[in-house]
Design a protein around this ligand. Structure first.
Ligand code: BGC
Length: 561
């Protein structure tokens, strides 16, 4: 079913593709746009009730612009071109056309906090203090002792300042020294970036994910960040980032970008609201008049333990805090975090990842808000923990030697597992070494095998996705919790005036199930269950089997003879 509404992004399922490792179409071992095109049918073949596709509505591509790939594309050297690694602009246009043909929207990652240090703008800016782009980046004279201008740090570790011999000045970078921050105070910079945005919108992309959208703007007077009580000034987490993060001007910039988005029909603006990721801080990203991000990505599930009460509390907080007229968005994974099954298998009452995978998929796809899937999570892919040192690719993580450095993110970015052939079918037709090693479990965790196993994680995701598409309650309905922690299960209702759906998930071996007494005891139809027969009309269950997941729909019509 194609979502045609203006606010399609509210009722869509977004799928994040990491292009380097999703599918290699030209057989060089590195993922590319041709590879993605060849795999589009898997994502959505445009048919209702497809027997092999996942059924998502939109893809978000991690960056594909021209880049020296020091941070795998999060370091752009030409905003108007596609990175050679991935293909050409023609390939991209073909991808767009082929995706749209299958009712898949395309969202691009827009990395505009910084450029690559190889971007011509930076080369010009660093060439002297007196060139037209001299002020396009954040340059500053050394402190009187010759040291860095202030205490701002890089999120990746170490100081945020790098000295440039030519200009005899420091430039600022919120991330790696090869990722100099643009100077957003400069109206020419804004105009240049806004042209980039219009270019891609004119080409037909359906929206953007703004990378690092909380650190665009820094204090004009370069004031030092205060340090937390008993904290260390050189530890990122010990500073109050009041002068280098989330400044009021940052939101002026997002509003300007949003106003461009609003000039076009049916586009979406999403963005990463890190860094001090507290939900209440992130809410500001909706904008006071709903005029900033449509979908601010916040990290409540990735930062929660696998414990029903905590997860419930995160959903409750989001429900309570999301402003009127705004919309929630949820995800379990992304390219910067260890995969959720690896994070959550370390919980106290460990059980198999299979059960966690199904339970977490159920939560993600039945709460109120837009779900984002990260490639391979629908298969139950886990982090690759044993990548040999010489095969690691996360150069920005490896280049930082500080004790506070970012750990390598390669384990979460390994090749998509398509089948049980060598390289898991990642590279089309050739025997090549993939860009990152394939996880050892690919012989049973892969698309082909899982499509053929009725009970697989992949088929479970597919069922959930279909269910969500066919249920207005799951798409738009209110969310109401029915159980209060510290129980080892989670239950909630999703409701519209016409439809009531109950979602019940048992996280443990316990069987009790103590629901709100106010809900009807009869006439529940099983929509999906790991234990009950789908289609049966049953009384409200009194017990949940160990690790049971059941989604039931109230069917009062059955009460009438
Ligand atoms: C992206 C990272 C990237 C960083 C710098 C982030 O927030 O998600 O992958 O390294 O921005 O662009």
């Amino acid at each position: 079913m194609f979502v045609r509404e203006t606010e399609w992004w509210k009722y869509s399922i977004i799928y994040q593709i990491y292009p380097l490792t999703f599918a290699d179409g030209n057989g060089d071992g590195i993922g590319d746009l041709q590879g993605i095109i060849q795999r589009l049918d898997y994502l959505n073949d445009g048919k209702d009730n497809s027997d092999s596709s996942l059924g998502i509505d939109a893809i978000w591509l991690s960056p594909i612009n021209q880049s020296p790939m020091l941070d795998n594309g999060y370091d752009v050297s030409d905003y108007y071109d596609i990175c050679n690694t991935f293909g050409t602009l023609d390939d991209f246009q073909r991808l767009l056309e082929q995706a749209h043909r299958r009712n898949i929207k395309v969202i691009l990652d827009l990395v505009i906090n910084h450029t690559s240090s190889e971007h011509p703008w930076f080369l010009e800016s660093r060439s002297s203090r007196y060139n037209p782009k001299s002020d396009w980046y954040l340059w500053h004279d050394p402190a009187p002792d010759g040291g860095v201008p202030n205490n701002w740090l890089s999120y990746f570790g170490g100081t945020g300042w790098t000295y440039d011999d030519k200009r005899q000045q420091y430039y600022y970078h919120a991330f790696n020294s090869h990722q100099p921050d643009l100077n957003w105070h400069n109206p020419e910079v804004r105009a240049a970036i806004y042209d980039v945005i219009r270019y891609w919108l004119d080409l037909g992309v359906d929206g953007f994910r703004l990378d690092a959208s909380s650190v665009y703007s820094q204090d004009k007077y370069f004031r030092n960040n205060p340090v937390k009580f008993e904290g260390r000034e050189d530890k990122y987490k010990d500073q109050y980032h009041i002068y280098d993060q989330n400044l009021p001007e940052n939101h002026e910039i997002i509003r300007e970008i949003r106003s461009i988005i609003d000039e076009y029909d049916n586009r979406v603006l999403s963005g990463e609201t890190f860094i001090d990721n507290r939900l209440y801080d992130s809410l500001i990203f909706y904008g006071v008049n709903n005029d900033e991000l449509h979908l601010p990505f916040t990290f409540e599930f990735p930062l929660s333990p696998w414990y029903p009460g905590y997860l419930q509390r995160e959903i409750e907080k989001k429900e309570l805090l999301t402003p009127e007229g705004s919309w929630q968005v949820y995800f379990l994974n992304n390219h910067d975090l260890p995969r959720h099954l690896s994070r959550w298998s370390e919980c106290s009452i460990c059980f198999d990842t299979f059960a966690i995978a199904k339970a977490s998929a159920t939560i993600l796809l039945t709460v109120r808000g837009t779900p984002i899937l990260y490639y391979g999570e629908e298969l139950g892919m886990v982090n690759h923990e044993n990548i040999p040192l010489e095969q690691l690719r996360d150069q920005v993580a490896m280049s930082c030697l500080d004790e506070e450095c970012l750990p390598s993110r390669d384990g979460t970015r390994t090749p998509m597992q398509w089948d049980d052939s060598p390289q898991a079918g990642f590279s089309f037709g050739k025997d090549v070494t993939p860009w990152l090693p394939v996880h050892d479990n690919y012989q049973y965790v892969n698309v082909e095998t899982e499509l053929s196993e009725q009970d697989s994680i992949l088929n479970f995701y597919r069922e959930l996705i279909q269910l969500r598409k066919n249920s207005k309650a799951l798409q738009k309905g209110t969310w109401k919790p029915l159980i209060y922690y510290p129980y080892e299960h989670l239950a909630y209702l999703r409701e519209t005036e016409q439809e009531t759906v109950l979602v019940a998930i048992n996280f443990s071996y316990e069987k009790n199930f103590d629901l709100d007494r106010a809900i009807p005891k009869q006439y529940w139809q099983v929509l999906l269950s790991t234990n009950l027969s789908v289609g049966d009309i049953i009384p409200l269950p009194q017990l949940l089997q160990p690790f049971e997941i059941s989604i039931l729909q109230f069917t009062p019509d059955h009460a009438v003879p």
